[in-house]
Design a protein around this ligand. Structure first.
Ligand SMILES: [Zn+2]
Length: 74
C-alpha cells in the first residue's frame, strides 16, 4: 500500500459547501470512500476526520483530503 499525498495547491476542489460532515453537519473537507469507486462515501469535517482517520485508513478507505482549503472562506 502506498501513501499518496496530493500536494498541488491549484488542484480543483472536489468537495463543495454542500458537502456536510456526516457527524456534525459542518462543512466537509474530507471524503472517505469505502469499497472502491462504487463504494460508500463518507464526509467529514477536519475535526471528525482526525477522530476517525486511523479506522478509515485501516479499512482501506480512499481518502480525499481538502483540509488545506479550510481557511479558504468566500
Ligand atoms: Zn464533524
Amino acid at each position: 500500500m502506498s501513501t499518496t499525498t496530493a500536494d498541488a495547491p491549484t488542484a480543483p476542489a472536489v468537495l463543495t459547501r454542500e458537502d456536510r460532515c456526516d457527524r456534525c453537519g459542518a462543512q466537509a473537507f474530507v471524503r472517505a470512500t469505502l469499497g472502491g469507486s462504487d463504494g460508500t462515501a463518507l464526509h467529514f469535517c477536519g475535526h471528525h476526520f482526525r477522530a476517525h482517520e486511523l479506522k478509515l485508513v485501516a479499512a482501506g478507505a480512499t481518502i480525499l483530503d481538502e483540509r488545506h482549503r479550510i481557511d479558504e472562506r468566500a
